[in-house]
Design a protein around this ligand. Structure first.
Ligand SMILES: Nc1ncnc2c1ncn2[C@@H]1O[C@H](COP(=O)(O)OP(=O)(O)OP(=O)(O)O)[C@@H](O)[C@H]1O
Length: 260
């Protein structure tokens, strides 16, 4: 079984604040993980580390076979697809959608490298395959939030990533745009050469069944991690949130959670 990433006793301290405490976690190729945690739990910090934007203060981190401190980070980044609101803000808003998708090949903001017509055709085909044909030729700044997220996922897929990180991808989407986007994520999970998926979300109902593993993070500590059924249930989640909750099974084998 090929390993996608592994945290061994990883801690992160910024100034006087310890943000992550002794994280032990492994993701294998056949797994898709969702990370749940309240605001400030340390989710973004974990993702930033995996993406090579931040290093552990102590401990060992291995991502796609490379151990931090001994691996080429820019090269690592080209194997990881990254979708987040922070990335949306960094993109050049006036760029054409076609070129934003293409830039995923180079893990760059904008295009500064030589590319071929075949590269551009591939970028366009990826967006078409994701249901975004009508977005081709449009300027990124005129797109809706749902359309922007679709473009970012297509951009991430352009690099044929081994790992696709989705950091709160449904933020700002209306009910129907959210379902549409989740459907696309579900399709990626079924692709033959699919990347391992890593989703951060505040809402359990966004955890499609393809997210077969779940990690619960509270104040920088892993409270529970493991198989979906063992984690996504009322008992575990009540313990995790430390508040009374009710869970509701919703269509598509998903679970919604509400405060009681
Ligand atoms: N550079 C930094 N210096 C000091 N504290 C930091 C720094 N970066 C993050 N933190 C703190 O670390 C904690 C975890 O932050 P992080 O952004 O990882 O949480 P999160 O789980 O992603 O939260 P959210 O759901 O709100 O996005 C927060 O309390 C945050 O204020």
């Amino acid at each position: 079984m090929e390993r996608i990433l592994r945290f061994d006793d990883v801690s992160v301290t910024r100034g006087k604040k310890k943000i992550l405490h002794h994280i032990d976690w492994q993701v294998n190729q056949n797994e898709n993980w969702a990370i749940l945690g309240l605001n400030g739990a340390g989710k973004t910090t974990m993702l930033k580390m995996i993406h090579g934007d931040l290093w552990p203060t102590t401990g060992r981190l291995e991502v796609l076979g490379g151990v931090f401190g001994h691996t080429n980070i820019p090269e690592l980044k080209t194997k990881i697809g990254w979708v987040s609101n922070a990335l949306q803000d960094m993109l050049h808003q006036g760029d054409l959608v076609d070129f934003i998708v293409l830039s995923g090949k180079f893990a760059s903001i904008g295009i500064y490298q030589q590319f071929s017509q075949a590269d551009l055709d591939e970028a366009r085909q990826i967006l078409i395959d994701m249901g975004g044909e009508k977005l081709l030729g449009k300027s990124y700044e005129v797109l809706s939030q749902g359309e922007r997220q679709l473009v970012l996922i297509a951009r991430a897929m352009m690099a044929h990533p081994q790992l696709l990180i989705l950091d709160e991808p449904c933020n700002g989407l209306d009910l129907f745009a959210r379902e549409e986007l989740l459907k696309r994520v579900g399709k990626i999970a079924e692709m033959p050469n699919r990347p391992a998926l890593l989703l951060v979300s505040h809402y359990t109902e966004e955890l499609l069944p393809c997210f077969n593993n779940v990690l619960l993070l509270r104040q920088g500590h892993i409270i529970q991690k493991g198989k979906r059924a063992d984690v996504l249930n009322e008992e575990s989640l009540t313990h995790f949130y430390q508040k009374p909750i009710q869970t509701v099974k919703i269509t598509g084998n998903r679970l919604a959670v509400y405060p009681k």
